[in-house]
Design a protein around this ligand. Structure first.
Ligand code: PMP
Length: 304
């Protein structure tokens, strides 16, 4: 990976190679930790973090859900992310990874007396699902792994433990020659991708499943807002796999995945087998926002 110079750990900047933890770090053993994935783009006015407030708020909400008492408040965490980007002098687009975790000192499942720690890493990172995917679309497999059922897992938290489910689905899809996995919920309706929310377009209507069994995706929210502003009809409702196969267009959204078109699902060609026209329009609108080219949404950017 692209190393940076510093990582922020519990209030201080630590050289990248020294940002280490003890092997008995609680989160490493029992999986209770929460994180974010946030992007900063090189705009005309320099590097800018997209939706810093929303991502940092979600981080603290994730901690609340999983019963971790954060050791820093919202403003401090926001400032730390800004300072981190300033100190690292990045030349291209950046991915930020704040992590609140339980440190070394207590073992056993009763976690409440484990020390809470916070780290923020940032590094230069390009497209998540490939530059070609952004243009031509990716191939997706509906996973044999059902999305963690809401009866026993809390998918609104961006919790470390939830990502075992994502990893198994991702591995299965990649191993079968696909680019990404799409997971169903335990009733058989589309839940989300391994790290993305999902959209289809049918007869000019943009459809995305409700967030019943998915993260409340910040990118999904942005794309829905852009679509509504363009007068595109939007539906939030359950979607079945056969409806996906019949869709005119499909795409994923996520901070890492941005707006990635889907050209094939389970061997069925979606639309004309490439990026659809509405997908392209929404993708361009999204990039205009994050790169600071749309003044109406510039307030969503935090310039470094
Ligand atoms: N679902 C999951 C499981 C994810 O990990 C992500 C990435 N954070 C998303 C959806 C997309 O969320 P966002 O647009 O906020 O990055």
């Amino acid at each position: 990976m692209n190393k940076a110079e510093f990582i922020w750990m519990d209030g201080t900047f630590v050289p990248w190679d020294e940002a280490n933890v003890h092997i008995l770090t609680h989160t490493l053993h029992y999986g209770n930790g929460v994180f974010e994935g946030t992007r900063a783009y090189q705009t005309q006015k320099g590097l800018a973090i997209f939706k810093l407030r929303e991502h940092t708020t979600r981080l603290l909400n994730s901690a609340k859900i999983t019963m971790i008492t954060p050791n820093f408040d919202l403003e401090t965490l926001e400032q730390a992310q800004i300072e981190l980007l300033r100190k690292n002098h990045f030349k291209s687009n950046v991915y930020l990874r704040p992590l609140i975790f339980l440190g070394y000192g207590v073992m056993g499942l009763y976690h409440v007396s484990a020390p809470v720690r916070t780290a923020i890493a940032a590094w230069e990172w390009g497209t998540y699902l490939g530059e070609e995917g952004l243009e031509k679309g990716i191939r997706v497999k509906i996973s044999s792994f059902v999305r963690n059922p809401v009866k026993s897992t809390m998918g609104k938290a961006k919790a470390v433990a939830n990502y075992l489910n994502s990893q198994m689905a991702k591995f299965e899809a990649k191993d079968a020659g696909y680019d990404e996995a799409l997971l169903l919920d335990d009733d058989g309706f589309i839940a989300e991708g391994s790290g993305e929310c999902f959209f289809i377009i049918r007869d000019g209507v943009l459809i995305s499943p409700p967030n019943d069994n998915s993260l409340e995706s910040i990118t999904q929210g942005m794309v829905l807002e852009l679509a509504r502003a363009k007068g595109i009809p939007v539906e939030r409702r359950r979607v079945t796999r056969d409806e996906v196969y019949m869709a005119d267009e499909a795409f994923f959204t996520g901070t890492a995945a941005e707006v990635t078109p889907i050209r094939n699902v389970d061997g069925r060609v979606i639309g004309n087998g490439t990026r659809g026209t509405m997908t392209k329009e929404l993708q361009e609108a999204y990039f205009d926002v994050v790169y600071g080219r749309n003044p109406a949404y510039e307030h969503l950017l935090t310039y470094i």
